[in-house]
Design a protein. Structure first.
Length: 158
């Protein structure tokens, strides 16, 4: 049986400690897979006060919703519009160059407790609805721009 010198034993202890540190921090050394995560269009439990786009508004008045700036009869209701916003889900996606170079349609959602509105930039192309939110691009599935902003009508359907 071979005996270790004091210096040799210290080296064994040092390497054992380094190995344990490595094992306990292994999750920091291994690259994590970045699985795209879908996000709701509106933050969960957000108390929406107003949605603005150009001169149009959907605003909360007491327990109900009403449109401002809408001078025509729409096929939707304010309640249906807010329900589409609440149920819409954003999927992370990398847009083609033509999407990023297209002038977007801007909508601002005002939420209770926030000092600034949530800014959404919508671009529609080839039956796809793209949205840029918080410097990231997403696609919206199963929702049309006319459902989110019904005052646009069919002339700007995207």
């Amino acid at each position: 049986m071979a005996r270790l010198s004091k210096r040799g034993f210290n080296n064994v202890v040092i390497f054992a400690m380094l190995g344990m540190i490595f094992l306990f921090n292994l999750d920091r050394f291994v690259p994590q897979s970045q699985q795209p995560v879908s996000l709701p269009l509106l933050p969960e439990n957000a108390h929406v006060l107003k949605i603005e786009q150009s001169g149009y508004k959907l605003e909360r008045v007491g327990q109900q919703w009403r449109w401002n700036g809408v001078n025509k009869t729409l096929s939707s209701t304010p309640e249906a519009q807010i329900n589409h916003w609440r149920s819409a889900v954003m999927q992370p996606a990398k847009p083609p160059r033509e999407i990023t170079q297209t002038e977007p349609l801007i909508a601002v959602v005002w939420v209770a407790g926030a000092s600034q509105g949530l800014v959404y930039a919508f671009v529609g192309k080839d039956q796809n609805l793209w949205v840029q939110f918080d410097q990231q691009w997403y696609t919206l599935d199963e929702v049309r721009l006319s459902q989110l902003l019904p005052w646009l009508g069919d002339e700007q359907e995207m």
